[in-house]
Each structure stands twice: as structure tokens, then as C-alpha cells.
Design a protein around this ligand. Structure first.
Ligand code: PHE
Length: 340
């Protein structure tokens, strides 16, 4: 029996093939139930007790060698087999790398621009680092007037005449200085206020402000423009209401609420059970502002409005923490893919 096992070991070691059929022959011959190796195990009971240990080891050895050989050849054959029928459809376009999604603030800013451009508003931009005149003085904030405290400002330490703009009304001053009415423009952009960061406020945020100056522009024009805007952005059933307010650069001034887009005005925790949410400030441009910017206030009137893009985006998508916009968390940003 010993000699038989040794002969078989040599046969197994010498066996080689690339063919599946030959490998199957090998398996049947040596390893299958009726194969040589299992039948040797059957003969084991006839081995004299004093040789059993040695024979047992030799048999197991042979079995392992034969099985290992089989496994090696089998995986080698699988690796080298290319199945001609499994190439898929070669005429399909390649799988493009997935591109990043647009930031929710960009999505909403673009929607706002689109809505106003449909009624003739152009887009204007200006510097984020502003001088006192364009951010405050031209807009009718008197020197040392407490109204300047309405917006906590980041001033440049070495030159208190220079500050990070607190609103994009500064851009509208520049437009009025450099062009003649009729003026119809919106100014989207980043603004800065020295505020403690919380779920509801950030020291950096974005605005879209709008300005319309022409002969005979009235408060009714303002109201109708804002109603159109609210319905385009939040849906055709949206209602608006204007509450009296104060801004140095508009007179009269108002704040605009829309009927809550979450509960439809019935009352929920987003609108604090009032049915209304505030989205922007607006008013008729103060004649002093027109004059400061070289526009004759006897001849022209205008309206202006301004809104925070973060606030509107939070309302639109029910986002409850403004800090999420600035964290670059992929799981947050990915959700807006479909919103494009
Ligand atoms: N500039 C104001 C702000 O930043 C918004 C505003 C613009 C209000 C125009 C009225 C008219 O809060």
C-alpha cells in the first residue's frame, strides 16, 4: 500500500493541464467518491494496527496533495477563461465619472436670477470690500447715526473708511452712479456681518437685492413685482403680505412675508403657527439716496428690495441649520443633485 501511495503522489505531482475536461477526468479518477483515493481510505481498515499511524498520515498527505492540485488548476483555468458571450453591449456609451452636485445656495440664487431676468432685470456685481460711502453714506446712513448699528460691520482696522460690505445695496449705488434710468437690476453676492454664528445666523451669507428706478415707479409696482417673484419661487398659490418697517435708504419701508410654504398657511413650527414667514425687506428708494447717486429725485422714483439667499433656501428645502451651507459635508450636498 505504501508503494501505491508513493506512486500516486508522483502521478498527482506530475499532473498538469489547461483543459477543463482533463481536469474533470483527473477529479473523477482520484478524488470523486469512486475514485482511487477514497477507495484507498476504504482499504485502510485492512492495514495492520502497527502500520496504521504511518499509513494514515501518508493517505491524508496524498488526499491533500491531490485536492490542492485540483484547486490550483481550477482557479488557473477560471482566470484565463474569457467568456465571449459576456462582454455586454460594446456599443453602449462609457460610464462617466459622476460629477459633483450644485450647491443649494447656487441652485436658489440661479432660480432667483432667472425669475427676475424674465421681467427685464439685469445682474450687476460689485466689490466685497467696500468704502463707507457705498455701503452707508450714499444709502442715507448719517455719520454716527445709530442706524449703522443695525448691521454689525467688519471694518478694516487700519482704515475705518473700508469695510466688508454688509449688504449688496452698495452695488446698486455703483449702478446708479454709473448709469441713467431706467435701471432694472439685481445684485446677488456675498455679504459679511459681525454676528455670532448659530443655527440661524452666520457672519458670511448671500443676498440678492433688487432696484428699479424710472419715471413714475410706484409702490404698486413693487408689490406686484414681489408677488410675481414669490409665486414663481414658492408656487402659484403663495400669498404675500407687507408689514411697515424701517430702513434708512427706503421710505416707506416694509418687510414682506409669504404664506408658509410648508403648511400652506395653516400653521406649523416653521412659521411658528402664524401661517406667515418673513423673506425680504423692501421699500421706495429714499429721494436722498437717488440724489446722492446723481439721479434727480424730482424726476425719478424707484423701489428696492433685498433678501438673504440662505434664508430662502432654508425655507424651500426645510433646512434647519444655516451652518450646513458652509461645512462641505458631502452627504448634505449630495441631496441636491435632483434639484438641478
Ligand atoms: N439692504 C437691506 C438689508 O441688507 C435689505 C433691503 C434692501 C431693504 C432694499 C429694503 C430695500 O437688510
Amino acid at each position: 500500500m505504501k508503494a501505491k501511495i508513493e506512486a500516486l503522489l508522483n502521478e498527482v505531482a506530475a499532473f498538469a493541464t489547461d483543459s477543463k475536461e482533463e481536469l474533470e477526468q483527473y477529479r473523477l479518477k482520484y478524488l470523486s467518491k469512486k475514485g482511487i483515493i477514497p477507495s484507498l481510505f476504504g482499504e485502510f481498515k485492512n492495514v495492520a494496527p502497527e502500520f496504521r499511524k504511518e499509513m494514515g498520515q501518508a493517505l491524508n498527505n496524498l488526499k491533500n496533495a491531490a485536492q490542492t492540485k485540483f484547486n490550483e488548476i481550477q482557479s488557473h483555468i477560471e482566470e484565463n477563461t474569457t467568456d465571449d458571450t459576456d462582454n455586454g453591449d460594446l456599443s453602449l456609451p462609457i460610464d462617466f465619472e459622476k460629477l459633483g452636485s450644485r450647491h443649494p445656495l447656487s441652485i436658489v440664487r440661479n432660480q432667483i436670477i432667472d425669475i427676475f431676468s424674465r421681467i427685464g432685470f439685469t445682474v450687476s456685481e460689485g466689490p466685497e470690500i467696500e468704502d463707507d460711502f457705498h455701503n452707508f453714506t450714499a444709502l442715507n446712513f448719517p455719520q454716527e447715526h445709530p442706524a449703522r448699528d443695525m448691521q454689525d460691520t467688519f471694518f478694516i482696522e487700519k482704515n475705518p473708511d473700508i469695510a466688508l460690505r454688509t449688504h449688496t445695496s452698495s452695488v446698486q449705488v455703483r449702478v446708479m452712479e454709473n448709469s441713467k434710468p431706467p435701471i432694472r437690476t439685481i445684485s446677488p453676492g456675498r455679504v459679511f456681518r459681525n454676528e455670532a454664528i448659530s443655527a440661524r445666523a452666520h457672519c458670511i451669507f448671500h443676498q440678492v437685492e433688487g432696484l428699479y428706478v424710472d419715471k413714475d415707479v410706484s409702490f404698486a409696482d413693487l408689490k406686484q413685482t414681489l408677488l410675481y417673484f414669490a409665486r414663481e419661487l414658492f408656487g402659484e398659490h403663495t400669498k404675500i403680505r407687507l408689514r411697515p418697517s424701517y430702513f434708512p435708504f427706503t421710505e416707506p419701508s416694509a418687510e414682506m412675508d409669504i404664506s408658509c410654504n410648508i403648511c400652506g398657511g395653516k400653521g406649523c413650527n416653521i412659521c411658528k403657527y402664524t401661517g406667515w414667514v418673513e423673506i425680504l425687506g423692501c421699500g421706495m428708494v429714499d429721494p436722498n439716496v437717488l440724489d446722492n447717486c446723481g439721479i434727480n429725485s424730482k424726476e425719478y422714483t424707484g423701489f428696492a428690495f433685498g433678501m438673504g439667499i440662505e434664508r430662502i433656501t432654508m425655507l424651500k428645502y426645510q433646512i434647519d441649520d444655516i451652518r450646513l451651507f458652509f461645512e462641505n459635508n458631502k452627504r448634505f450636498l449630495k441631496q441636491f443633485d435632483a434639484a438641478l
